[in-house]
Design a protein around this ligand. Structure first.
Ligand SMILES: Cc1ncc(COP(=O)(O)O)c(C=O)c1O
Length: 488
């Protein structure tokens, strides 16, 4: 090799080792280096080129890493004959470059034509964020949670916080749920009926992949929880919508052919109506007859502002086919991603196996901290405080809507959002855009229906994430924009 062929440009600003590597690559590709003879040692080459040995070594290391040269023990570096062959055959140069065509790699998702709940990521910066599914972080029991997290790192809890639980949950959290949380919903079960989830969403996903297959029919409430629809469709299922009125889902004549029926009996999502006791019994009997499984999504049952919460569907006799989903998302915070599922032990065991090969289990540390939070009584204190707090917000929002809106409003006394059917001329899509431009974040209601285009006069106002004092002024702005839209 002659070093005068290797010209390095010190003034170019490009690192010398890179210039040297590229020059050597070029020499190899052009067949200028004899593969039977070793490359000059770094000492020789650095002297010839007047550069440091480090620079030569770095260039050599990269050439070796890329396969242009190979080290032979005690003989030195040689041009890699295989690479030379490839270069001569043109195969090395034929490897196409450029961006990956991801569309060709990604599976087509079966829910692609279904709308998604669009969240404004910086909702907390708006003065009037009537968002659903979020909480006001000032009401989170920060100190108690911090204490629980710290205690969970002390023996004897440390082991459970750190271990690989494989398909198990924290036995202490399951025990606390069985003794202190589920009985409040009328559910008395042994630990083998309970599984911890990363929130209801994961419960739904595991159920979908365990119980459904391509073509399975899933009954859903109409309007209904959009994320559940996505999950079922993604598992290959078909949706059969069932109408909801002021007493919850209207029982059809039969459920034959429906593998699973998703229900929000305590507070229907999104309207918050409660499924009547008569209909619960009717649906349970029908499910028994037609062999349909019922999924009870009990995401915010404690938030009832008049009267007491109705017991769970899972608390009725003959409830084996009811699969109960609970979550800490509404009572504590959705970001903690923790929930629970109650079902027959045979199903729980299979769901645990499904979960094992997906995410293994929820964080042991978070599970143990939650167990300690419940045991200390702080969890129940937080739920009570939050209920009082939300009751105030609910009545303020209802009163403000009744005062400012030009149409009657009579929401059921529960939940963490108010569902507003508007007059036929109301257009939630345009209104939500205009409202956001005026600092008011609201949710469009059309997307909760199978046919959104025919339901543009519905909006949803969450009230858990904004300060009480912002509710009335926010409603005043919204009402003015709605009046303008309706031409009043
Ligand atoms: C009907 C329904 N179920 C469950 C949840 C909570 O889901 P997760 O527990 O996954 O946070 C929500 C939250 O918005 C909901 O609206």
């Amino acid at each position: 090799m002659t070093s005068n062929r290797l010209s390095l440009d010190r003034g170019s600003g490009r690192p010398l080792y890179r210039q040297l590597r590229e020059a050597l690559e070029h020499e190899i590709a052009a067949g200028q280096l004899d593969p039977r003879r070793p490359l000059p040692s770094s000492r020789e080459l650095s002297r010839e080129l007047g550069i440091s040995r480090n620079t030569v070594n770095t260039a050599y290391q990269e050439l070796e890493a890329e396969g242009f040269v190979e080290a032979q023990p005690r003989r030195g570096l040689f041009v890699n004959r295989e690479m030379l062959g490839e270069i001569r055959r043109g195969t090395a140069a034929a490897i196409p470059t450029g961006p990956v065509n991801w569309t060709a790699h990604l599976n087509e998702s079966p829910d692609r034509s279904l709308a998604e709940i669009a969240k404004i990521p910086d909702w907390h910066r708006y003065p009037y964020p009537f968002v659903a599914g979020q909480v006001d972080s000032s009401s989170f029991p920060r100190l108690a949670w911090l204490r629980a997290l710290r205690e969970a790192l002390e023996p004897p809890h440390l082991h459970f916080s750190l271990r690989d639980g494989i398909d198990e949950d924290d036995p202490e959290l399951v025990d606390q749920l069985c003794r202190h949380v589920l009985p409040a919903r009328g559910i008395e079960v042994d630990p083998d009926h309970v599984m911890i989830t990363l929130g209801s969403q994961q419960g739904l996903d595991l159920l979908a992949h365990t119980l459904l297959g391509p073509g399975s029919v899933v009954g859903v409430e109409e309007p209904g929880y959009l994320d559940a629809r996505h999950i079922f469709l993604r598992a290959g299922a078909q949706l059969r919508p069932f109408r909801v009125d002021g007493s919850g889902l209207v029982p059809p004549d039969e459920l034959a052919g429906v593998a699973l029926l998703h229900l929000t009996p305590s507070h229907h999502s999104p309207s918050n109506v409660t499924l009547s006791i008569a209909r619960r019994r009717q649906l349970l009997a029908m499910a028994q007859r037609d062999d349909t499984l019922l999924v009870e999504d009990d995401y915010d049952s404690e938030f009832r502002y008049q009267g007491s919460p109705t017991p769970a569907l899972k608390a009725l006799p003959d409830n084996e086919r009811v699969i109960y989903l609970g979550t800490f998302s509404k009572f504590l915070a959705p970001g903690i991603r923790l929930g629970y599922l109650v079902a027959a032990p045979a199903l729980v065991a299979e769901l645990r196996r499904q979960r094992r090969y997906r995410v293994r289990h929820a964080s042991g540390h978070i599970q143990r901290a939650m167990a300690l939070l419940i045991e200390s009584g702080q969890y129940h204190r937080t739920v009570r405080r939050r209920r009082t707090n939300l009751a105030r917000r609910w009545s303020t929002l209802r009163d403000s809507l009744q005062e400012h809106l030009a149409w009657p409003v009579d929401p059921p006394p529960g939940g963490v959002s108010i569902w507003l059917p508007g007059p036929p001329g109301l257009d939630c899509v345009e209104l939500s855009d205009r409202a956001a431009a005026h600092g008011v974040v609201i949710e469009r209601g059309d997307i909760y229906f199978t046919d959104p285009a025919r339901h543009r006069n519905f909006i949803r106002l969450g009230f858990a994430a904004l300060p009480l004092s912002q509710i009335e002024p926010g409603v005043a702005v919204l009402a003015r924009l709605a009046r303008e839209q309706l031409g009043g």
